[in-house]
Design a protein around this ligand. Structure first.
Ligand code: A3P
Length: 295
C-alpha cells in the first residue's frame, strides 16, 4: 500500500501467523503446504528471519561450486537459492530451479510443504540468539517494507515476544522445527556456531550434505563467506533486491555481523523481562543453546 509518498507495511494472517502482504500471499502459502512437491534431493535452508539465512545461502553456494567464487560473483543470491515462500516473481525462480535445488524458507513447520515429511530432502535450520534476532530485526524494519516500522524499541520487543511480527513467534518457530532434531536429514546450525568456528561449522555442513571438499577448498568457502567478502559483493549483500522491498540505498543489509549486539540495545529491565519469558516458553524444549548460558 502506498500512502503520502511513503510505503506502509501491511500484514495478513495465515494460521494465526503474520505475513507481509507485499511479497507473500495466502494463495501461495496454501499451494506450498498442500500441493508443492518436495524432491528427495532438495536442500532447504530454513530459519526465522535475521538468523543468518543470507550467510548460509553464501556458504551453501560455495560448497555447491566447490569453492569457485564465480557463481557468487555473477548471480544474485536470491536466484542461486530461490525463496520458496515468496509469491509473484519468486515462484518462477523456484519452478525453474534445476535439481538438486537449494531453496530458502522462513516458514514455520506447520506451514511447510506436507510432502517434505515423506521425502528424503535435507533441512538445514539456522538459529540465532533471540536477543540478537530482535535487534537485527528492529534495524531491518527501518530499511525494509516487509516489517512494520517500530514506534519504539520497547514496543517492538513486546511485539516480538508476542509473535506480532512476520513469521510469528521466534519461540514457536524454533520449538516447531526442533521436533525434527533427531531426523538424520535435519541439521541444526547456529549463527553463534558460525561466528565461533566458521571453518568447523562449514565442515559439519559438508558432512551433512555428503560433500567431500579438500582443505584448500574449505579455505575458499571460509574466505568467500566472510562478512567483509559478502558485504562487498553486490550479488550477496541484497543490494539488488528491489527498493520497494529493501531500501539498501541508505542502509546496509550487512549491518554488524556480530553476536551480543543486544547488550548495546537492552536496558537491564528489558533483559530481565525477556529472560523470564524465554525461560517460561522454552522450559519444555530438550535442546541446549549456547545463548542459554546468558539467561
Ligand atoms: P546483523 O543485523 O546483526 O548485522 P538474515 O540473512 O537471516 O536476514 O540475517 C541477517 C543477519 O546476518 C545480519 O545481522 C547480517 O549482518 C548477518 N550476516 C550476514 N552475513 C554474515 C556473515 N558473513 N558474517 C556474519 N554475519 C552475517
Amino acid at each position: 500500500m502506498i500512502s503520502g509518498g511513503t510505503m506502509d507495511t501491511d500484514y495478513f494472517q495465515h494460521k494465526e501467523i503474520f505475513f507481509a502482504s507485499l511479497i507473500y500471499s495466502k494463495k501461495r502459502l496454501h499451494y506450498l503446504e498442500n500441493e508443492f512437491i518436495v524432491r528427495d534431493d532438495d536442500v532447504f535452508l530454513v530459519s526465522y528471519p535475521k538468523s543468518g539465512t543470507t550467510w548460509m545461502m553464501e556458504i551453501l553456494s560455495l560448497i555447491h561450486t566447490s569453492g569457485d567464487f564465480t557463481w557468487c560473483r555473477e548471480v544474485p543470491n536470491f536466484i542461486r537459492i530461490p525463496w520458496l515462500d515468496v509469491s509473484g516473481t519468486g515462484e518462477k525462480l523456484v519452478d525453474e530451479c534445476e535439481s538438486p535445488r537449494f531453496l530458502a524458507s522462513h516458514l514455520p513447520i506447520q506451514c511447510f510443504p506436507k510432502s517434505l515429511f515423506s521425502s528424503k530432502a535435507k533441512i538445514i535450520y539456522t538459529a540465532r540468539s533471540p536477543k540478537d534476532v530482535l535487534v537485527s530485526l528492529y534495524h531491518f524494519a527501518y530499511m525494509s517494507y516487509v516489517v512494520k516500522k517500530p514506534n519504539s524499541f520497547d514496543e517492538f520487543m513486546e511485539d516480538f515476544l508476542q509473535g506480532r511480527v512476520p513469521f510469528g513467534s521466534w519461540f514457536d518457530h524454533i520449538k516447531g522445527w526442533m521436533q525434527m532434531k533427531d531426523n538424520k536429514n535435519f541439521l541444526l546450525v547456529t549463527y553463534e556456531d558460525l561466528i565461533e568456528d566458521h571453518r568447523g561449522t562449514i565442515k559439519k555442513i559438508c558432512t551433512f550434505l555428503e560433500k567431500e571438499l579438500e582443505e584448500q577448498v574449505i579455505d575458499l568457502v571460509v574466505k568467500n563467506s566472510s562478512f567483509n567478502s559478502m558485504k562487498n559483493n553486490n550479488m550477496s549483500n541484497n543490494s539488488l533486491v528491489p527498493d520497494y522491498i529493501i531500501d539498501t540505498k541508505n542502509n546496509h543489509f550487512m549491518r554488524k555481523g556480530i553476536t551480543g549486539d543486544w547488550k548495546n540495545h537492552f536496558t537491564q529491565k528489558q533483559m530481565e523481562h525477556m529472560n523470564v519469558i524465554y525461560r517460561e516458553k522454552m522450559k519444555d524444549l530438550d535442546v541446549k543453546f549456547s545463548w542459554d548460558e546468558c539467561l
